[in-house]
Write a protein that binds this ligand. Structure first.
Ligand SMILES: Cc1ncc(COP(=O)(O)O)c(C=O)c1O
Length: 438
């Protein structure tokens, strides 16, 4: 029997019966289940870093607006599929205030989280042109979007962008897009899991390449404004959340309420297309949709079939938050900035105890501190590290499942680790390092 912070025999027994061949390939929710089981059986609390759940309260302005909407009787009515007008206008104003991009309210469509947004996009964008049947992931990325492709039976290609930063990105994209089979490219910025952020030069390259090869760009802004190295919190003034929209009209933004607004439970996000893309006609669409128009197919084809709209009250909640953010009465980024300090301290604890930060550079400057960071331990693969860490009461996910080539690494999400747990984290990391340092 080994002396580990979490009872060795109990963890071993739960792990053995977990039906997971390797933790290196386990999905986020499978890991959540495993850790829940261990916590339940041992009564010990983990340092839970496997899932990106907001660690702070939802904003009052959103909750109040939802309650008011429910009291007014919206629950009995079907919402319009593309969203309530108030939310569409609020999203259009938000995009102008924080990205300096002009979009009509018509082009801003509510979705059941960004998860539904990406599904709807894949269903339409990957069917515009018979020859273009593949989605390109600029990885590392959010694993569930690939699961969506698998479930939809759609092909995808991927590459780890860390090896192609700066000017090298042009050559790589040129090579991949010139093959002629890519319909759509997708990336998150800031990036889940690595927290790298594209530079203006890289966004320009992505835009220019997408224009050249007529590819639709999905800019996943799940962590809108959360590169805390720059203050994006002031509406209607620079600096703005960086975007490819400066360089191309072939874009779609996925704006999630989950992290930036701590609203994950209400499952609401916005899918915002450029006005040009909305109106654009693609002959290939008539194979699956009643029309060849892109925006119409997203709304009255894909979203109609998927959920027929988003719950009314959540739309009013998000509308109120976006409005308040845009008029300056609600500093949404001030609320989530606490993740920056948390990441700084947690990274320090890991490094002091023999761990390395995997994605540590944003070309020539250190990666920012935010919602996620990535780490490894010398001499171990990510899968091995994860298998060992669960005996030490620490959970994360393997970079292996994110399309990363850095298979020695794990992704840590800082949101659920409260400052009061830092002492326990330090104790466990020390014990781990003592057991494994050579
Ligand atoms: C990059 C990225 N995209 C999309 C999502 C899903 O967002 P939502 O909760 O709005 O469905 C996440 C959630 O973790 C994410 O990290």
């Amino acid at each position: 029997m080994k002396n580990t912070p979490i009872n060795f025999e109990t963890v071993k027994q739960i792990r053995a019966t977990s039906q997971l061949p390797s933790l290196g390939t386990a999905t986020i929710r499978e890991l959540v289940r495993l850790v829940n089981n261990i916590e339940h059986k041992t009564g010990e609390k983990f340092i839970r870093m496997e899932m990106g759940v907001p660690g702070i309260e939802p904003p009052k302005v959103g909750i109040d607006a939802e309650i008011e909407a429910l009291k007014s009787g919206v629950a009995s009515k079907y919402p319009m599929i593309d969203g309530v007008p108030k939310l569409k206008v609020a999203a259009s104003n938000f995009v102008k205030a924080f990205m300096n991009v002009e979009l009509s309210p018509e082009s801003c469509v509510s979705t059941v989280g960004s998860m539904q947004g990406s599904t709807a996009v894949f269903l339409v964008a990957n069917r515009c042109n018979e020859k273009k049947d593949t989605i390109l992931f600029i990885d590392p990325g959010f694993p569930v979007q690939k699961q969506q492709c698998d479930v939809l039976g759609m092909k995808y290609a991927t590459f780890d962008v860390y090896n192609y930063r700066g000017k090298k990105l042009r050559t790589k994209l040129e090579k991949m897009l010139s093959a002629g089979n890519i319909s759509t490219l997708i990336y998150s910025n800031p990036n889940n899991p690595s927290w790298i952020c594209f530079t203006e030069e890289e966004l320009q390259i992505i835009g220019e390449m997408a224009n050249k090869y007529d590819v639709i760009i999905v800019e996943d802004l799940a962590y809108f404004g959360m590169d805390f190295r720059v203050d994006y919190s002031k509406p209607n003034q620079a600096p703005f959340q960086p975007t490819v929209a400066k360089y191309s009209d072939n874009y779609i933004f996925l704006i999630s309420s989950s992290k930036a607004f701590s609203y994950a439970g209400q499952r609401i996000g916005m899918l915002c297309m450029s006005d040009k893309l909305y109106k654009r006609k693609y002959a290939g669409l008539t194979r699956n949709y009643a029309t060849d128009e892109f925006g119409y197919s997203v709304i009255y084809g894909a979203l109609y079939a998927l959920s027929t709209g988003v719950s009314h009250s959540a739309q009013y909640g998000l509308a109120a938050m976006l409005e308040a953010a845009s008029n300056g009465s609600f500093d949404f980024l001030a609320e989530v900035k606490l993740y920056e300090n948390r990441a700084k301290i947690m990274k320090k604890l890991f490094v002091e105890n023999g761990f390395n930060i995997v994605y540590d550079k944003d070309i020539d400057r250190p990666v920012g501190d935010g919602f996620y960071f990535t780490f490894s331990y010398p001499g171990m693969t990510g899968a091995e590290l994860l298998e060992h860490l669960i005996y030490y009461g620490i959970s994360a996910i393997a970079l292996e499942i994110t399309g990363s080539e850095r298979t020695e690494g794990l992704r840590a999400c800082v949101s659920q680790t409260h400052e009061s747990q830092f002492e326990a984290l330090e104790f466990r990391l020390k014990a781990f390092n003592k057991a494994f340092s050579k």
